[in-house]
Every structure is written in structure tokens, then in C-alpha cells.
Design a protein around this ligand. Sequence first.
Ligand code: SAM
Length: 293
Amino acid sequence: MESRLGNPKNTIEIIKKYDFVFQKKFGQNFLIDTRVLDKIIAAAEITKEDMVVEIGPGIGTMTQYLAEAAGCVAAVEIDSNLIPILKDTLQAYKNVILIHNDILKVDIAGLARKYNQGRSIKVVANLPYYITTPIIMGLFEKNVPVQNITVMVQKEVADRMQTGPGSKDYGALSLAVQYYASPYLVANVPPNCFLPRPKVGSAVIRLTRYAEPPVQVQDPALMFRLIRASFSQRRKTLLNGLSHSAELSFEKEQIAAAIANLGLPPAVRGETLSLEQFARLCDTLLQKGNVSC
Ligand code: SAM
């Protein structure tokens, strides 16, 4: 069995032992800072009652920490070259289930049913940055029973998740995250905490899922189509963005009337609307009796 990972020396030893070659296409930047690992584990509030799903365990560094804190850990890794390494570094941890697959193809709700009696799980990951948004959106939209998601992401993405109207970072991801969860910035993490060093700064963010969304809306799926259409061309007015969207089929007059009904100016831009205003816009458009949306 290999000794505890998390410091550069042990990580480099493992990499050399297995002649492991980092694959850029899988977003492989391994954590080599024990203080960051401790912060992630503390922020995720893991207890022995918890099942944790780890996305992309790499060589198993964070998995070891998770296995010590949690009841059980399902670690999903896509890279076949990492599987023998993980079998080695995790052999002492009998509560780890290693799954060789693409996380986007895994039925995570099914894992919760199989290994956690359907109870809510926690998700923890140093995410592969190339698929951050589909992973987070998948967890929310597929109704995975999840209490919280504690993830390392690009600093810029963490900013987008937390910001509100008026900021250049505000967009569809901000609204989606804030509809489903309460975001909390755990730590900013500089490139020298990883091997190899990423080109961008990173941040750990915890998303605690709401029992009830903070706004009520009749048709959340339609609201998110409106949101996507509003932000797909930021320079357009809300009216033009919505009336030219291929995802929607409201008449221009109907959209103009709904915007006026909300007390907004005709040339308002989507990026100035709050989550509450998007919800009201959605309900108003539905009230107008449009069934071909
Ligand atoms: N958890 C490790 C750590 O912190 O050192 C590694 C994190 S590294 C940023 C991202 C990991 O996700 C890599 O191990 C990579 O191979 C894996 N990965 C990339 N795409 C994946 C996918 N679609 N499904 C599952 N794992 C993936």
C-alpha cells in the first residue's frame, strides 16, 4: 500500500512508479496541498453517516481524505490509466467504490439508491474544468438527491455562480445555481497547489441545495429557456433576444406586453433582470395563454 498522498513528494513518487502521463483532454491537475484538502473536507461537512460521490479521483489523493471522513465514497474516474493506480493507493480503504466511467454517463441517483438507500448524498470534486457546467447542471436538473456539492472550479466560474444582475459575470449559470442552491466561497486556490500548475486561478465553492427554490415559478424549464435566450446574445435587448430565439415561439407583441406588465422599460437587457423577475416574466407569458412555447 502506498503512503498517504497530498504532498508533492508522494504524488511525484506515484507518477514515476506508474510512468503516468498527464492528459490535458481530461483536465488533469492534481492537488498537492494538504491545507487545501483539509479545507475542502471541512467545508463539505462530511460525517460517517454520509455517502460521498467524488468526480475524477485522479491518483486518489482527495479520495483518501474522503474515505476517512465519510461512511462510503463512490469515486468515478474516466481515465483507464488511473484505475490501476487507484487500486493501489486506495487498497486500504474498504469503503471506497471505484467506478471506471465518464461521470456524464453515470446514473448518480441510481448510485444513491444502490449504496445509500436513496438518501441524499454529498458530491465533492476537484473538477475537470472542461465539463464543470454540464456536471453541475446535470446534478441539479436530473434531480439527483444531493445535500451539497463542494467543488474546485476555475475562479472565474466561482465568481459567475455567486454574482447578481449588473455584473459582467452574471449569466445563465448564475441564475441556475442560485435557483437550486445557496453558494458559499470556501477558498481561493492559487496554481501552485496543483501538479501540473493550471494557467488560471481556482476556487473551492460549496453549493447547498435548497429544499424549496427561493422563487416560485409555474414552469421552471420554460424559465430556463427564457434565461438562456436572454443571455445568448448579450448585446441584444431582452425583447429581441427572446423574440429571435429558436427555443421559444412567443410573438414579439406578447413579449413586449409581458415586459411592460413587469414595469420594465421596453429596451431593457436580460442581464439586468433578477431571478425573481425572470420567474415573473415566465408566469406572465404563460398567463397570456400561449401554448406553443
Ligand atoms: N481529484 C484529483 C485531485 O484532486 O488531485 C484529480 C482532479 S483532476 C482536476 C480531474 C480528474 O477528473 C482527473 O482525474 C480526470 O482524469 C478526471 N476526469 C476528467 N473527465 C472526467 C469525466 N468525464 N468523468 C470522470 N472523471 C473525469
